[in-house]
Design a protein around this ligand. Structure first.
Ligand code: LLP
Length: 416
């Protein structure tokens, strides 16, 4: 996706100076070529390799109609976690049957919207939701497929803010309580219990956590069979596959999924449940980057050189929130050697608004273009209007073409 020509960075064959001229900065740029490559890898390593498998793209990583068009055309399902995400999906014409609804505290109005629009599955995250689903199904005279989200109690050793499967977690049911819930649903006229769901955490690089969780799931599935007399139809093992930001070594999907599939097939043979995964970051994370223009440069002699960008924590909260590390390049000086160490800071009134601390780059001047890589997941989707900065535009590139996916917010959107 990245190439250099005449000292200028190109993405999918499109010059970033051209993008700056047409759309301004800060600008989120997504390589559609890269997104499609990731989806091809998922097809090769999972969907086409194993029968009865589904990929549900986790919309929370990044959602907009142009992306959903690609997800739908590529035949993936969609995981949404709020009525807002569901609204965008329905507005983009996404097939509701291919949508699953997650979330640790669904409101009745959200469940009503999901049931009314016929979403394929609801992932139940608390006992109160069961009653709400029954109420909505009764209202619309329908029956909904549900999975129960469980906490397998696996420690993923990732940042504690993005661990989700520990016993001490706001997500899901523990392994004992969930069986009580399943028991209650026997012969329920409105709820069709089809299986279990878990999500271990995010930005993971070790397949042993997926394997530990598989063992726990197998045990639970057997206990469920003893209780209900039949095997579950579906097991959803969440997302979490790690990507490259700085010096990580991204692993292929097969590294995580082959051993899980072997274990499940080895145990259940013909009774193997259908397996769903919910990747978000690994599909869009590296495909997205953010382009900024340099403004003030402050060289505090012997201490630090601050290079201020025209965006910051408002378009990428991850460094401030998780201490996340990124890499960058001077996009209009791709042939120049890196000679000085600088700190790239944002323009928010907040000392913690540092995007990259101490990075070696070519000599930087005001008006240079900085591109921060791998901002495609949880950048735009966690953006804010702090300091009343406008949310940047999003542009998609593919095969030397570009098009606007989300327009830059207007000042009038801020004057509420
Ligand atoms: N499924 C469920 C139920 C999830 O909770 C998540 C992410 C995913 C799938 C997708 O996980 P992924 O493949 O993207 O790792 N804001 C944090 C990440 C929070 C992830 C929350 N759940 C960050 O910027 O690192």
């Amino acid at each position: 996706m990245f190439t250099k020509k005449d000292n200028i960075l190109h993405i999918d064959g499109v010059s970033v100076t051209e993008l700056k001229k047409e759309y301004g900065t800060p600008l989120y740029i997504y390589s559609v070529n890269d997104i499609k490559d990731r989806i091809s890898e998922l097809k090769k390593d999972f969907l086409n390799k194993y029968e009865n498998t589904t990929v549900s793209y986790a919309a929370k990583a990044f959602i907009c109609k142009s992306l959903l068009d690609i997800i739908a055309k590529e035949g993936l399902n969609l995981d949404v976690v709020s009525s807002g995400e569901l609204y965008i999906a329905l507005a983009s014409g996404f097939d509701p049957k291919k949508i699953e609804f997650n979330g640790n505290n669904k409101l009745y109005e959200e469940i009503d919207m999901a049931v009314k629009n016929g979403v394929g599955k609801i992932i139940v995250d608390g006992s109160g939701e069961v009653e709400m689903i029954e109420r909505a199904c009764k209202k619309y005279s329908t029956k909904t497929n549900v999975l129960f989200r469980i906490t397998p109690g696996v420690d993923t050793k990732t940042h504690k803010y993005i661990q989700t499967a520990m016993v001490d977690s706001k997500f899901g049911f523990n392994l004992i309580d969930v069986l009580e819930e399943v028991k209650k649903l026997k012969n329920d006229p409105f709820i069709n219990f089809i299986g279990y769901h878990y999500h271990l955490g995010s930005q993971l690089f070790d397949n042993t956590v997926y394997l530990k969780a598989t063992d726990i799931a197998i045990d639970l599935i057997e206990k469920t069979k003893d209780l209900t007399g039949s095997y579950i139809k579906e097991l959803n093992i969440g997302g979490g596959f790690g990507i490259n930001y700085t010096d990580e070594k991204r692993k292929p999907y097969s590294y995580f999924l082959d051993p899980v599939m072997e274990k499940l097939k080895g145990h259940f043979a013909d009774n193997t449940p259908s397996v769903t995964i919910e990747p978000g970051r690994s599909i869009v994370g590296e495909a997205g980057s953010t382009l900024y223009t340099v403004g003030n440069i402050k060289d505090i002699k012997g201490i630090r050189k601050y290079v201020a960008l025209d965006g910051g924590m408002t378009d990428n909260i991850r460094p401030a929130l998780y201490g996340a590390k990124y890499t960058a390049l001077v996009a209009n000086k791709t042939d120049e050697d890196s000679i000085e160490t600088v700190t790239l800071c944002g323009k928010c009134c907040e000392s913690g608004d540092i995007l990259i601390k101490d990075i070696k780059l070519p000599q930087i001047e005001s008006e240079d273009l900085i591109l921060i890589k791998s901002t495609g997941a949880y950048g735009f989707s966690m953006s804010s209007n702090y300091n009343s900065l406008r949310r940047p535009a999003v542009v998609f590139t593919e095969n030397s073409n570009h098009y606007l996916a989300v327009k830059r917010q207007d000042y009038k959107d801020l004057a509420f």
